[in-house]
Design a protein around this ligand. Structure first.
Ligand SMILES: [Zn+2]
Length: 369
């Protein structure tokens, strides 16, 4: 195993200014009417689920329970050149025209508030900062605590609470500027990373591995048979899972599909689209803190084996504040050097202890006379 170095967490308060509020004045038009008619039909009042409290909760927990070897650095804003490696100029011009306004971007309720465009620039730039830190060797690994998330954003479309595709922008920067030839992106967010898949669909130099809850779960993409196209055929790997899938299934997929794929591909940088909505508190899947820790161990071993431990994680989803912050914390502990425990099937250990406890209580010959 390669020697471990420190972990840098990148965080920037400018990302808190992305805060769509339906009570504000939104740009009028057809999309506004459509979204408001959808919201008015809901049984419970709608609140933007991807809110600033997500990342403050992560940083608050890290302040309350600091981890030895983990330091915090500020992020930075991405430039137009950096963003335009994965998004079209017309898309970026349209998003930039929304500075200081409130507007819907998609019927799925993706929206911008007056601070959102800058927040999105900082999210993408902070993902780049994390990659630079590991390539420069300033950190053994890095974690970009960012929002808005990125993996649903397509070259020409914002959706799924994502404006710019942060992980794709970081991967493209690593290839264009930092000398990386082959980048592995592991996406373990509960939702399929349709945007990232789209961007690198025909690219043989980015291996995209995505384990997610299967369609019709949002966004409905990521079928097993979607493997990329053209020169990129084979460098997209999808593992759709049923609702409620657990740690053991996740780890088996990573060890028996991702690890051999990485051995074949030989990445010189490993990125993780690290969402935490596969935790059972978010009600879609059944991954635990131990599961996230063990999955971190797997990607860390891949990075150690192929690329001197160069590993950067970029935050994606995770909407329950407790499991999001605790999940990130369990990942950071492993990045900083803790050895993860092997997750067990939930409840099995307790049942085995109960079997031992009750052994002999019920004699096969019936009650004693
Ligand atoms: Zn998600």
């Amino acid at each position: 195993m390669a020697p471990r170095h420190g972990v840098i967490v990148f965080y920037d308060e400018r990302m808190l200014a992305h805060f769509p509020d339906t009570n504000a004045e939104f740009l009028p038009g057809r999309l506004d009417k459509r979204v408001r008619s959808i919201l008015s039909g809901l049984y419970i009042p709608w609140k933007y689920p991807e809110h600033p409290g997500r990342i403050t909760a992560i940083m608050d927990l890290l302040a309350r329970e600091p981890i030895e070897g983990v330091s915090i650095e500020p992020g930075k804003a991405a430039t137009m050149d950096q963003l335009s490696r994965v998004h079209t100029k017309s898309f970026l011009d349209d998003i930039f025209s929304l500075r200081d306004q409130s507007a819907w971007l998609d019927v799925d309720t993706t929206a911008v508030s007056p601070g959102s465009v800058q927040a999105a620039e900082v999210a993408a730039g902070t993902a780049i900062a994390a990659v630079e830190a590991v390539i420069e060797g300033r950190a053994g690994s890095a974690f970009a605590v960012v929002r808005p998330p990125g993996h649903h954003a397509e070259p020409v479309r914002a959706r799924g609470f994502c404006l710019f595709n942060n992980v794709a922008i970081a991967a493209a920067h690593a290839q264009d500027v930092l000398g990386c030839k082959r980048v592995l992106i592991v996406d373990w967010d509960a939702h399929h990373g349709n945007g990232t898949q789209d961007i690198f669909w025909a690219d043989p130099n980015v291996l995209f591995f995505d384990i997610h809850r299967a369609a019709p779960f949002y966004p409905g993409t990521g079928a097993l048979t979607d493997v990329g196209a053209g020169r990129g055929e084979g460098t997209t790997v999808n593992v759709p899972m049923p609702g409620g899938a657990c740690d053991i299934a996740y780890l088996k997929a990573m060890r028996e599909i991702l690890v051999p794929a990485a051995d074949y591909f030989q990445p010189d940088l490993v990125l993780v689209s690290a969402g935490f909505d596969a935790h059972w508190f978010d009600l879609a899947l059944n991954v635990s803190y131990e599961g996230f820790a063990a999955m971190t161990g797997v990607v860390q071993q891949i990075a150690n084996k192929h690329c001197h431990g160069r590993l950067a994680m970029i935050l994606e989803g995770g909407y329950n504040i407790e499991s999001l912050s605790r999940g990130v914390h369990s990942v950071l502990k492993v990045l900083a050097g803790a050895t993860p425990d092997e997750p067990k099937m939930c409840g099995l250990e307790e049942v085995e202890a109960a079997i031992t406890f009750h052994k002999g209580a019920f004699d096969a010959n019936g009650p004693e006379q």
